[in-house]
Structure formats: C-alpha cells, structure tokens
Design a protein around this ligand. Structure first.
Ligand SMILES: *[C@@H]1O[C@H](CO)[C@@H](O)[C@H](O)[C@H]1NC(C)=O
Ligand SMILES: *[C@@H]1O[C@H](CO)[C@@H](O)[C@H](O)[C@H]1NC(C)=O
Ligand SMILES: *[C@@H]1O[C@H](CO)[C@@H](O)[C@H](O)[C@H]1NC(C)=O
Ligand SMILES: *[C@@H]1O[C@H](CO)[C@@H](O)[C@H](O)[C@H]1NC(C)=O
Ligand SMILES: *[C@@H]1O[C@H](CO)[C@@H](O)[C@H](O)[C@H]1NC(C)=O
Ligand SMILES: *[C@@H]1O[C@H](CO)[C@@H](O)[C@H](O)[C@H]1NC(C)=O
Length: 449
C-alpha cells in the first residue's frame, strides 16, 4: 500500500466511524432525565417489616408512618429504599422524607382510604392564598412531601390509587368543606424522580410539584375517568427544571398544566415556573393536552413541549390567563403535536379562570409573548384556533408554522378567530386570521420559522 493509498484508507475509516457515530447519536432518544441522578440505595426495608398487610382491608397508615420515621431518623448513608410488595395496601395520607425511594413492586397498590376524616388539613399555599376550590385550608395530599431532597418514587409499575370517587361525589353534591387533596404533592423540594408508576383516580390534581426544582417524571401512567372533576395529570407550579417524558396521561382535566400561583397571592409570592420540558406524552382529555395556566401570576417561561400525541380532546394546546393574574408568560415552544378529534386545536386566551376573592387587582394584566407553535397535525378538529388577547395587553410574538388542523366531517367547522394578538403564521391550514398573516407581522417571527 502506498503512502497515499494508506491516507485514503485511514480517511475512509474515519468517515465511516463518523457516520456510525452520527447514526448512534440519532438513534439515542433525546432526554432531560439526567437533570436528577438516579440513586440506588443499599439500605432496604419492606413495609411488611412494620406490620404492613396488603389485604386491601387493613389500614396501613401506622406502618407507613413508622417505616418513614425509621428512614428519617436512622438516615443511612445513601438513603433507604422502602419496598412495597405485591398486594393492596390501604392507608391514610402520609409524608415522605428526604433520601428515600418508595418502591412499588409489580402488583403493589397503595390505596387511599375513603374515610375523609383521616385527611388532615394543611394551610393554604402562599401563592394561592386559600384552597384552590374553597376558602381556607386544604386537605393534605395522599402522598406528601415538604422541604425534601433526593426522593424517588418508582418500582415495577405498581399503582398509587387515590380512590377519588368519594371526593368527586362530594364535589358534585357540593358537600366539600375544603379543597380536595392532590394525589402526590411535593412542596419546596429538590432532586425528585417519579418513574414507572401508575397513578389512578386522584381526588383532585394528580402530581403537583410546587416550589420545587429538578424534578423528573417519566414512564408514568396517569388515569382517571373523563368525567372526574379537576383531575389534572401533572401541574408543575412555581417550579423550575422539570422534565416530563414518556408518559401516558388520560384524565378528566388538563394532562399537563404549567402554573405559578393565583392573582394577588401569586404576584406577591413571585415565584415563576421555568425550564419545563414535556416530551413524548400521549393521552386524552375533555380539556387540554398541553396547558399553561390559568394560574400564572408568578410567570411562566422557557417551556418546551414536543412529540405529543392526543386523542379525543377538548383543546390540543391551551395557553390561558386572565386579568388580575399579572405575570409574564414567555418563550413557550410547542412542536410535533398530533391530535385526533378535538373541539379546538389551539386556544390562547386572556379570559379564563376564576379569582380567589374580590381583592384581585383588575389592573394586574398578564403579559403573553414569544410563543412558537410548529409542526402540528390534527384530524377531526372542529375549530383550528382561537386566540383572544387582552385589549390593554395584546398577546405578541405568537408564531405559528407548519400547522394543519383538518376539519371534523359532518360537523359545523369554525374558522380561526383572533383578537388583540400579533405575530405571524406560515404554512398554516386552514388559513389563520389576518392578524397573523400580514407580511409585516411575519417579519416579527422571522427568527422562529
Ligand atoms: C406532614 O407534614 C406536614 C408539614 O410538612 C405536617 O403539617 C403534617 O402534620 C404532616 N402530616 C402527617 C400526617 O404526618
Ligand atoms: C424549604 O425547605 C428547606 C429545607 O430543604 C428549608 O430550610 C426552608 O425553610 C423551606 N422553605 C420554605 C419556604 O418552607
Ligand atoms: C403500567 O400499568 C398500566 C396499568 O396499570 C398499563 O396501562 C401500562 O401499560 C403499564 N406500563 C408499562 C410500562 O408496563
Ligand atoms: C423505568 O423504566 C424504564 C424503561 O424500562 C427504564 O429505562 C428506567 O430506568 C426506569 N426508571 C427507573 C427510575 O428505574
Ligand atoms: C427559551 O426556552 C428554551 C427552553 O425551552 C431555552 O433553551 C432558551 O434558552 C430560551 N430562550 C430564551 C431567549 O430565553
Ligand atoms: C410539518 O409537520 C409535520 C407534522 O408534525 C412533520 O411531519 C413535517 O416534517 C413538518 N414539515 C416540515 C417542513 O417541517
């Protein structure tokens, strides 16, 4: 082999290597789950060591409290794993502690008691000023954590069952005294992983990380009947660095709704939701698939949602706020969304949601800007889009591209409707409203397309 031949040979080899590397990089799925390191714990205990009985009848509240007390007070290096073997473990609500893994074996079910007297009241969240449904406190979530660090809820797809019927019926019959409990709420906590778990029949919102950072939720299944009231799937609230991936969510309310506090209380608390990623989520809901709001008083920024598959929806995408909310919603990117059957494909509105009390400031107008929605495909969508900004605070920088939202056959199809909005739209069908199609407007979106 001559020197030249050899160089060509080496060069060729390097090119092949590069191509292989590129192919590998492409095959590797994009993920943000690395923001929280997985921890494997050497110290393991089982709920049965603390008298836990998985017969579906015995109340295990004491067993969970004692097991978690043991984890908290022995604080073993590297934390402790609490194993829940197959079986149905009925229990009242309980608190988690730091440096623990709650591990549900295949066939393990942690089931909430239907005795509502077993649920203690907590004080309102400062950013809400009162319970979300009713004035005053609110019931503690079924699985609760406050001020924690390094908590993992995982296993072999075991189930956390809120047995929400009793609460939904109280809501329907207007006999609730306070705001219903979330299924899992973590407050002011960091380094959280929730993975390979099924969440079922939450009394109210399912997963509620509030004032948290570094939260990974993946391979979760979240289910509740379509007619169950307010059973939002995941509500990152005044939280940052939240990564939601590879999950199936079908509930009675928004699948994922990014929030940050309510009117004057949320404005005073002033904690935004920031750096929220939602990727490869599938599901169905009479309300929204990907939502921001309506409680956004601390602001919401840097949200990325992509590869979302939706069916039988109220709204595919819903960005919502209201007067009195204040707060800035900005830099929201939503792409690669497929939806089959929806009342509205895209809704962005400044007149959604109620107020905590009469003391909200009607001059506290929200700002909504820099929203990029692209590569959205929908079939059987009754109305492609509705954008309703505020007269004194028009929405701006709303950039839409490569969107096709096909009509519903045999139903009255509505056109796009817009008011008080500026931005641009290219390759959008049906043709969107004139507010978004004037050439001057498209210029403002040039960097987005
Ligand atoms: C759980 O923790 C909260 C505050 O972090 C506390 O108020 C409540 O009493 C605890 N509840 C139970 C049932 O231990
Ligand atoms: C948040 O939790 C930390 C402990 O991790 C605690 O020191 C701090 O006081 C808590 N802050 C609030 C507002 O509860
Ligand atoms: C987890 O269990 C649910 C039912 O509880 C099921 O629908 C889902 O497919 C399971 N997920 C995996 C990854 O096995
Ligand atoms: C959950 O299951 C997926 C797929 O099997 C796996 O890659 C992931 O590591 C699991 N999560 C945890 C926290 O073990
Ligand atoms: C917008 O948000 C994305 C995350 O979705 C982030 O990577 C980017 O830096 C943000 N851009 C600005 C201008 O803040
Ligand atoms: C337009 O969006 C569709 C559906 O999400 C996608 O498959 C297609 O690649 C996009 N086209 C362009 C030119 O980006």
């Amino acid at each position: 082999m001559s020197c030249l031949d050899f160089s060509i040979f080496v060069c060729f080899g390097i090119i092949v290597l590069l191509i292989n590397c590129l192919a590998l990089a492409n095959a590797e799925e994009v993920t943000c789950s690395g923001i929280v390191p997985m921890r494997y714990r050497d110290d393991k205990i089982s709920i049965t060591d603390f008298g836990g009985v998985g017969d579906g009848v015995t109340l295990n509240t004491k067993a969970f409290k004692e097991a978690i007390y043991r984890i908290e007070h022995l604080h073993r290096r590297g934390g402790t794993l609490l194993y829940v073997p197959p079986g149905e473990y009925l229990t009242g609500p309980f608190n988690l502690t730091s440096h623990m893994t709650l591990y549900l074996a295949r066939g393990a079910v942690i089931k909430a008691t239907v005795d509502t007297e077993e649920w203690p009241l907590l004080s309102p969240l400062p950013s809400y000023g009162r319970g979300r449904e009713l004035p005053g406190g609110r019931y503690m979530s079924f699985i609760h954590g406050d001020g924690l660090h390094d908590v993992i809820i995982t296993g072999e797809n075991g189930t956390i069952d809120g047995q929400g019927d009793v609460w939904w019926n109280m809501w329907r019959q207007r006999t609730l005294k306070f705001t219903r409990p979330n299924l899992v709420e973590l407050l002011n906590s960091t380094s959280i992983i929730i993975s390979n778990i099924t969440f079922k029949n939450s009394p109210f919102w399912n997963l509620h990380p509030v004032y948290c950072s570094n939260v990974v939720i993946n391979y979760a299944t979240i289910v509740a009947p379509a007619d169950s009231p307010n059973t939002d799937g995941i509500d990152p609230d005044s939280s940052s660095h939240v990564c939601i991936e590879d999950s199936y969510i079908s509930t009675g309310d928004d699948l994922v709704a990014v929030k940050s506090g309510w009117d004057e209380y949320g404005i005073a608390y002033g904690r935004p939701s920031q750096d929220i990623t939602i990727r490869r989520v599938t599901g169905s809901s009479p309300f929204a698939g990907i939502a921001v709001g309506s409680e956004t008083s601390g602001g919401v920024e840097d949200v990325l949602a992509e590869h979302i598959n939706l069916f039988n929806m109220g709204f595919g995408i819903h960005l919502k706020t209201n007067i009195g909310r204040g707060g800035v919603i900005r830099n929201i990117t939503i792409s690669n969304v497929y939806m089959d059957k929806a009342r509205k494909g895209i809704k962005i509105s400044g007149d959604v949601g109620d107020h905590p009390d009469e003391n909200y400031n009607p001059k506290a107008l929200p700002v909504l800007k820099d929203v990029k929605i692209k590569d959205v495909w929908g079939d059987r969508v009754q109305q492609p889009g509705l954008i309703r900004g505020l007269k004194d605070a028009p929405f701006s920088g709303i950039c839409l591209s490569n969107i096709s939202l096909g009509g519903a056959t045999g139903q009255r199809d509505l056109p796009w409707q817009c008011s008080d909005v500026s931005g641009g739209a290219v390759q959008v069908s049906p043709l969107p409203c004139s507010e978004l199609t004037s050439s001057q407007q498209i210029g403002a979106c040039a960097s987005s397309f």
